[in-house]
Unconditional design. Structure first.
Lengths: 44, 297
């Protein structure tokens, strides 16, 4: 069983990635990344 | 192979920071590439950054989980975790050694002439604490009256944000400089202390703080890429331990060669005079990790 762990892990995370794209997380990630994060730079 | 690794670090650092129009156009890149999470630690508020920081993106999704649920959207960070997990399942923690710009910076700083100190091993728990507390729990549960949380790791810990985004943006924008207060001073002190630590100890941020490394570390034992130790060939010369930037001591059974601390830089593989370390790609062998136990027994 341990032998196939990489395969199971890859399939599980491809599924998770697809779920994230399907649920519309990509535009949210983009929206946050294209504005200056004041917390990250130590302002607010 | 180490020359190839260094080239890979340079290329990925340049690719992650390839937007050099910021002095004339927008202060940060706003194109479609920012939908993609960069596999290393690189602040997406850096003026030159072309991709998203996975840690920042994940915290943002968790911090806005309640409002997004109220709007009927399930944004639990699946896209970010899926991206990281996919890379981790193939190569484990290899991005730390081959891609991460902050890893490259730490390696440069460690080359500076300064007294060198070994890393205190109990601090290896640090990345897991930062991951669970600062990246997951605090953004998820400490929320304002509207249900919005904050990016705790970015705000109170991340030195990459201060170095790559804070300093350049504040130096270019007088308004931001005027707004800088105690938080920026605090983060600047953290950055300076860390940079000093990097000159004294090998990769201290990766080993004591980095939550991204902690995530990738979970995959080291289950990734397609595996390192394998052959104790019957080992001549106990300790060349691997001397070369290892994270002090993974596998030749004497103290650590597993595929432990979460290994950043897969492959220096041990390159330096071993007896070829006691091999590289395998494919299904995990049933006896992987048992070589170390053989020595212990």
């Amino acid at each position: 069983m341990k032998r196939y762990l990489p395969l199971f892990t890859t399939i599980a995370f491809i599924t998770l990635l697809a779920l994230g794209i399907w649920s519309g997380e990509m535009p949210v990630v983009w929206q946050k990344a294209v504005t200056v994060c004041l917390s990250c730079i130590g302002i607010g | 192979m180490q020359r190839l690794r260094r080239k890979s670090q340079y290329i990925f650092t340049l690719l992650a920071n390839a937007y050099w129009l910021f002095p004339w156009k927008s202060p940060i890149y706003q194109g479609p590439l920012k939908k993609i999470c960069f596999p290393g630690l690189n602040c997406h508020s850096c003026p030159a950054a072309t991709m998203s920081c996975p840690l920042g993106a994940f915290q943002n999704l968790l911090a806005t989980l309640r409002p997004s649920l109220q709007m009927g959207q399930l944004h639990i960070g699946a896209y970010v975790l899926g991206s990281l997990g996919l890379i981790g399942s193939v190569a484990g923690r290899m991005p730390c050694g081959w891609i991460c710009p902050f890893g490259l910076l730490q390696e440069w700083l460690f080359l500076l002439p300064a007294p060198k100190f070994s890393f205190w091993r109990p601090l290896r728990i640090g990345p897991y604490i930062f991951l669970i507390v600062f990246v997951v729990l605090l953004p998820l549960f400490v929320v304002d009256s509207s249900g919005y949380g904050s990016v705790w790791f970015c705000k109170y810990v991340c030195p990459a944000g201060t170095l790559e985004a804070g300093i350049p943006l504040l130096s270019m924008d007088q308004g931001l400089r005027g707004a800088a207060g105690w938080l920026f001073t605090y983060k600047f002190v953290i950055l300076i202390l860390l940079l000093i630590w990097c000159t004294l100890t090998s990769r201290p941020f990766c080993r004591a703080i980095c939550p991204l490394g902690a995530i990738y570390g979970f995959f080291n034992r289950v990734s397609w890429l595996q390192l394998r130790f052959h104790p019957d060939r080992c001549v106990q010369c300790e060349a691997c331990l001397t070369a290892c930037p994270t002090d993974v001591s596998f030749y004497n059974g103290l650590d597993d060669l595929n432990s979460a601390a290994c950043i897969r830089c492959l220096r041990c593989y390159n330096i071993c005079p007896a070829n006691a370390v091999s590289l395998e790609f494919g299904p995990v062998r049933e006896d992987i990790g048992k070589a170390v136990n053989t020595i212990e027994n």
